[in-house]
Design a protein around this ligand. Structure first.
Ligand code: 16G
Ligand code: ZN
Length: 528
């Protein structure tokens, strides 16, 4: 390792002294102007991780649903997964080392992680549409090249597309081609194969309005339109030509405000959806004939997809197990419906995709979704092989069901939640089951709920257990929450320190909106 070259280049990306950042739930995220040194250093770290794993590593420059002025960076591990926890610690240490100490810290990490410095390194880079992203991704490239790593800069990509590229490259093309065309070809082919199976072809030109959060989703959906020649036509709104990224629009806005995004003209009963700023989340919604807004969030998406998969499994008569993974934010009605009506086992993990993903890997088929619309389906290798074999061997209806499962495997992005892929899965399921958006929504009624943010001096004084559903410290807080919850019907509440903002989040649900609001308010006073 040429430490003189590292020092020299690092000076061009000097760290503001005293600035401390944390590799959080979704990497580093803050105001774009504070991130240049972090990007350079993550380029360095990606090279070390690539050498250590002897695999391609991904670096994504994005701050997802945050305001346009923010930016962020996260590393993608060899199988398209989030960075391993021990390397999150290395990332935080490297990002926070003062300028003069940085080369030493870099060396130390490479010794501690037993990196063979002679090994080749390959890094792939993607970025979202923020004005700051291009320059910041150049700083990543500086970091990669100073350690003589090879790289491919994919330029503008959705976050899940970058995950896909990493996985394709590390699996010798088995999963798909590591090109943007490869991604579109794989998904569009699976979508059209799947929807061809619909017994009544229905409306040939089913249309769907998509709010693209003024972000990367618009560019990528537009590119993909040429590949999907039947079954769906999308109308793009908030495509970035006028509005500001994530401003009054996008999946996060719609979910947290429970109202339509600006720029979306909705007729009653029209199916609409929103992506977030890097297109890894999706939520659906519609207006009923009385003009009431209905949100269909990640919980209902998980329910729709898992019920479809379960039906296919019943049809082929295979006892592959299926499990659904949620977080504490999942609406109580969704959990009840999955467990009691669908008889599907449900598990709860801490917030953050890596936790859900990890748990979902325990099943033949693991469906995971956060209520905020981030999620996907994982098929174990054994399940995939079995399904492919059945699609060849079975006959008639059973064969058709196995083929459909095979198409779903190809359509779903198993590396990460992917708004484009999830949208196509959902649309295909609606077509195949002949469901309208209202019928989908009517699977169960969400319990009224409220989320609040509380600003406290130090959010880390709150620690939790039981997948964030119980407070451990400060003492007495959980008892106070229990007492408040008892005052309402069908009620539940929890608090947790945010992993992305300097606040504490409060969640409450109850039998009426008024009661959910009042419980959330009372709990936030207890936190304060
Ligand atoms: C990040 C997570 C998301 C989680 C959110 C919670 C990833 C890729 N993203 O955006 O899954 O829901 O953080 O934020 O893991 P919070 O800790 O501020 O509530
Ligand atoms: Zn996102």
């Amino acid at each position: 390792m040429d430490l003189d070259a590292v020092k020299e280049h690092s000076a061009l990306h000097a760290k503001p002294s005293g600035l401390v950042l944390q590799y959080g739930t979704a990497g580093f995220r803050t105001k774009a102007e504070h991130l240049d040194h972090v990007m350079f250093r993550m380029g360095l770290l990606a090279v070390l991780r690539s050498k250590q794993t002897k695999s391609t590593i991904g670096v994504m420059v994005t701050a997802s649903h945050n305001p346009e002025e923010d930016n962020g960076v996260k590393l993608v591990d060899p199988l398209g997964e989030m960075l391993a926890p021990s390397w999150e610690e290395h990332a935080t240490r490297l990002a926070n080392a003062e300028e003069k100490d940085m080369p030493g810290v870099l060396m130390d990490i490479s010794v501690k992680a037993a990196v063979n410095l002679q090994q080749d390194a390959f890094v792939v880079i993607g970025r979202d549409t923020r004005p700051s992203s291009e320059k910041l991704s150049q700083s990543v490239i500086d970091g990669v090249t100073v350690l003589e790593g090879q790289f491919q800069d994919y330029g503008l990509l959705t976050t899940p597309q970058l995950h896909y590229m990493v996985y394709c490259r590390n699996t010798g093309g088995q999963y798909g081609k590591a090109t943007i065309e490869g991604y579109y070809e794989k998904l569009s082919k699976a979508f059209m194969e799947l929807t061809k199976q619909a017994s009544c072809s229905g409306d040939e030109n089913r249309s769907l309005k998509v709010d693209c959060a003024n972000g990367i989703g618009a560019l990528k959906l537009r590119e993909m339109e040429h590949y999907i020649t039947q079954g769906l036509s999308v109308q793009l709104l908030n495509d970035g030509t006028k509005g500001k990224l994530n401003h009054l629009c996008g999946a996060d806005f719609v979910k947290s405000h429970q109202k339509p995004p600006q720029g979306m003209e909705m007729k009653s009963n029209e199916r609409c959806c929103s992506f977030d700023g890097d297109a890894d989340r999706i939520v659906y919604y519609y207006l009923d004939v009385d003009g009431h807004f209905h949100l269909i969030d990640g919980d209902k998406i998980a329910t729709l997809i898992s019920s479809f998969l379960k039906e296919l499994l019943l049809e082929i008569g295979e006892s592959l197990n299926i499990g659904v993974v949620q977080t504490a934010y999942a609406n109580g009605s969704s959990t009840r419906y999955l467990e009691e009506v669908m008889k599907v086992p449900v598990y709860c993990t801490k917030t953050g995709v890596k936790h859900l993903h990890h748990k979902a890997q325990e099943f033949d088929i693991g469906v995971y979704f956060e209520a905020n619309g981030h999620g996907t389906v994982l098929f174990s290798k054994a399940a995939e092989t079995k399904i492919k074999q059945l699609a060849r061997e079975l006959e008639d209806k059973k064969r058709k069901a196995a083929k459909m499962l095979e198409n779903v495997i190809d359509l779903i992005n198993q590396t990460a939640g992917d708004a484009i892929s999830d949208m196509l899965v959902i649309e295909a399921v609606l077509i195949l089951k002949g469901l309208t958006v209202q019928q989908w929504d009517a699977l169960y009624m969400d319990l009224p709920n409220r989320q609040l943010k509380v600003k406290v001096a130090d959010r880390q004084v709150i620690s939790t257990t039981d997948a964030e559903r119980q407070v451990v410290t400060p003492p007495g807080l959980q008892e106070a929450i229990n007492d408040l919850v008892k005052k309402y019907k069908l009620s539940r509440a929890f608090v947790r320190p945010s992993g992305t903002e300097d606040i504490v989040r409060v969640y409450a649900e109850a039998d009426s909106q008024e009661n959910a609001d009042s419980l959330a308010h009372a709990v936030s006073l207890a936190v304060f």
